[in-house]
Design a protein around this ligand. Structure first.
Ligand code: MG
Length: 233
């Protein structure tokens, strides 16, 4: 028997009076319970940095007042663990004292898999090429808007990154994608990554492991980070 639909004047379904609604109820799988408190990382997240110690990382940056700050020229900060598809929360702050301009002002970067850069930059009243400003997938995708706060203020990125998939012969099967919120504002909406971040020339994929470390860039500016957690998807 066909369900009887009661139609409104515009042809919109307003109610159903016959049939069995339980036929379209799906009871499995039951989502795992995750505690999502205001104060803490979600209960199933790996806390990479909570302000207290850098045991999840290798590198020589300064730990002070619950934040870790780039020691210019010492190299990048790299996680000991490797990750593939992730949700990542990270907070960052560019120096209050404005020095330099364009790409030289509060430059750092969140590198997924050590090669795909979400740019960190002081982009508050600081002009540069838009595909290199804060929130850009560096030299690949301009952010949808500029949600930057003034220098010296903490800012956040919430990132969903899907790792690329390679075939056994090393060719690309599926490119990586990024979705990013900057200070809660959507700035990258499921964009496709063209390949590893390059400064000069065109990006080109090269097959790599399914999981690789997360890296924070030392671009010789004293940018700080705090409250870093990650969920493997
Ligand atoms: Mg950078």
């Amino acid at each position: 028997m066909l369900p009887l639909l009661a139609l409104g004047v515009m042809g919109i379904v307003v109610s159903q009076t016959q049939g069995d609604p339980t036929l379209t109820e799906v009871w499995e799988p039951v989502p795992k319970i995750v505690e999502a408190s205001e104060e803490r990382a979600p209960s199933d997240a790996i806390v990479l940095f909570d302000g207290a110690d850098l045991s999840e990382w290798t590198g020589d940056w300064i730990l002070e007042n619950g934040a870790v700050t780039i020691t210019p020229g010492t190299g990048n900060l790299v996680t000991k663990r490797a990750f593939g598809d992730v949700q990542l929360h990270i907070e960052w702050r560019t120096p209050t004292l404005i020095e330099g301009e364009g790409q030289g002002r509060g430059n750092s970067g969140v590198f997924l898999m050590e090669r795909y850069e979400l740019q960190v930059l002081d982009s508050y009243e600081n002009t540069t090429y838009p595909n290199g400003q804060a929130g850009s997938i560096y030299k690949q995708h301009i952010p949808l808007v500029n949600a930057s706060r003034p220098p010296g203020e903490w800012q956040s990125y919430d990132i969903v990154f899907m790792a690329p998939i390679f075939r056994d012969d090393g060719t690309l099967s599926q490119p990586a994608t990024f979705t990013v919120l900057h200070n809660g504002v959507l700035i990258q909406n499921h964009v496709t990554v063209e390949g590893p971040t390059v400064f000069i020339g065109e990006p080109e994929y090269e097959a790599h492991n399914a999981k690789l470390p997360l890296m924070l860039q030392d671009h010789t500016n004293p940018v700080s980070y705090r409250n870093i957690w990650i969920r493997e998807l």
